[in-house]
Design a protein around this ligand. Structure first.
Ligand code: NGQ
Ligand code: ZN
Length: 460
């Protein structure tokens, strides 16, 4: 039995004192007790203990070109011109490079407060678009990267079939992504036991309504249900107004509206970038209990627009954050950016505080946890019995935090520190993965990442 005694810990119900945490050999909490007497022996946290944040949206390979698209390439750069540059990287990445990039990325995530990740994985085939001899080659690279680093994984193989609404054929730049529905279902069957063997969850991601026509969507969802009727389903849905206009022109319906009319959306679903919804779509999407997947740094980076959080929360809905293209890899920074976007839009402060939880950082940490856990389809919903022991200890001696109350330390961590340096220790499934801010594989993985990125740039 493993234990940690935390003078201050953030439980699903809020901050508590003198919390005794115990977990079993499988890494699940068996006992979480507030106001416990301090044990005579066993580990004791010095800083506040908070739940690890689930990262609900990642395209790992994109970390390799973060920062490399920040120049003007045409009179008006956009999401779509960025995508052209992104495809160039997607077309180059080899299995070894993907594994090196993902390994380093997952270490960055762990060192920055994420203890699990949903990998929206769509580069499937070799560089000429031909399936690898082992069709699961690139998915296996991601599974290995997660296993080596210890981050929790929800693997979401992506179904990609068309380049736009109305089943326009895929472009050459999309050749590595395309799979038939049957082929996807065979991949899922192959991956399921491999995921289970390492505690990962398998789901499915229809890429978007642009990339999956109605029949493919219907058949893939039915096939997924036959494999696992509770598996998570993630989709990119209404990120760009151009996408909304194209969907209207094709179907007379907006993307979220079309999806709700044609698929049985429920709490298994994560609607990634549901940025552009009408009031009716907010209301209808809310009724499904799906998670809103918000990626504040990427949505800012790509000029997407701002999700209307007050409207979503008014319906009592859940949300979580993802680092998506990984321009930023930091849970606290992502949460700060989310709150700041709302402030800038509404010209108010402390938008995401709630009547029960007036401290914004505490409120959003807990909300992102709840939505992230639901989207991941794993028992990672915080410091509670039955949940996985994924948690983070803040550095109470960090200058930005020292001498403050525990809630103020979290607030300072999110709003007033340089963040990663205020994270001391990270545990995943009860295993101590980050010590004094560093993962054991940090140096080797960083080196391998730089080598992979250099090789990719040289090839361009
Ligand atoms: C992706 N990324 O699949 O990586 C997408 C861009 C698309 C974001 N949406 C490609 N942030 O949506 O077609
Ligand atoms: Zn995405």
């Amino acid at each position: 039995m493993n234990t940690l005694f935390a003078p201050h810990a953030l439980l699903p119900t809020g901050w508590a004192h003198n919390v005794l945490l115990q977990w079993n050999a499988q890494g699940q909490f068996t006992h979480v007790q507030a106001n416990a007497p301090a044990p005579n022996d066993g580990a004791r946290a010095t800083g506040p203990v908070i739940p690890g944040t689930p990262n609900l949206h990642s395209h790992a390979f994109q970390r390799a070109f973060a920062g490399l698209t920040e120049y003007r390439g045409q009179a008006q750069d956009s999401f779509w011109s960025w995508r052209t540059l992104m495809y160039r990287f997607a077309q180059r990445v080899t299995p070894a490079q993907l594994e090196a990039i993902a390994t380093w990325l997952y270490i960055e995530m762990l060192e920055a407060g994420y203890t699990s990740v949903c990998e929206f994985h769509y580069v499937h085939h070799d560089t000429s678009g031909v399936p690898y001899a082992d069709d699961a080659t690139l998915a296996l690279c991601l599974l290995r990267a997660a296993q080596k680093t210890g981050i929790g994984l929800t693997l979401l193989p992506v179904l990609y079939q068309t380049s736009g609404f109305g089943a326009t054929p895929p472009t050459d730049g999309q050749r590595r992504f395309v799979r038939s529905t049957d082929n996807m279902l065979r991949l899922l069957e192959r991956l399921k036991p491999l995921c289970e063997a390492q505690g990962a969850r398998l789901g499915l991601a229809p890429h978007s309504l642009r990339a999956v026509p109605p029949q493919g969507l219907r058949e893939a969802l039915a096939g997924l249900d036959a494999i696992d009727a509770t598996a998570p389903v993630h989709i990119h849905i209404a990120e760009q107004t151009g996408e909304v206009d194209a969907c209207l022109a094709w179907s007379g319906q907006r993307p979220v509206e079309w999806l709700l009319n044609h698929a049985h959306v429920n709490s298994r679903w994560c609607l990634v970038h549901a940025t552009h919804m009408s009031a009716l779509e907010y209301q209808r999407a809310a009724q499904t209990r799906a998670v809103a997947g918000i990626c504040p740094s990427t949505e800012a980076n790509l000029g997407d627009g701002i999700f209307d959080m007050p409207q979503w929360l008014a319906h009592g809905c859940v949300w979580g954050v993802g680092s998506d293209s990984h321009a930023t890899v930091n849970a606290a920074e992502e949460l700060q950016l989310l709150e700041y976007g709302q402030r800038l839009q509404l010209r108010r402060r402390n938008v995401l505080a709630t009547p029960l939880q007036p401290q914004v950082a505490t409120a959003i940490t807990l909300q992102a946890l709840q939505g992230g856990a639901q989207a991941a389809g794993r028992n990672i919903a915080g410091l509670a019995v039955g949940q996985q022991a994924d948690f983070v200890e803040l550095d109470a001696d960090h200058t930005a935090l020292a001498g403050l109350s525990a809630p103020d330390m979290l607030s300072a961590h999110v709003f007033a520190s340089n963040r990663t340096s205020a994270l001391r220790h990270v545990w995943v499934a009860g295993q101590h993965k980050v010590h004094a801010g560093r993962h054991a594989l940090h140096d080797d993985a960083a080196q391998a990442f730089v080598a992979a990125r250099s090789a990719m740039i040289a090839e361009g």
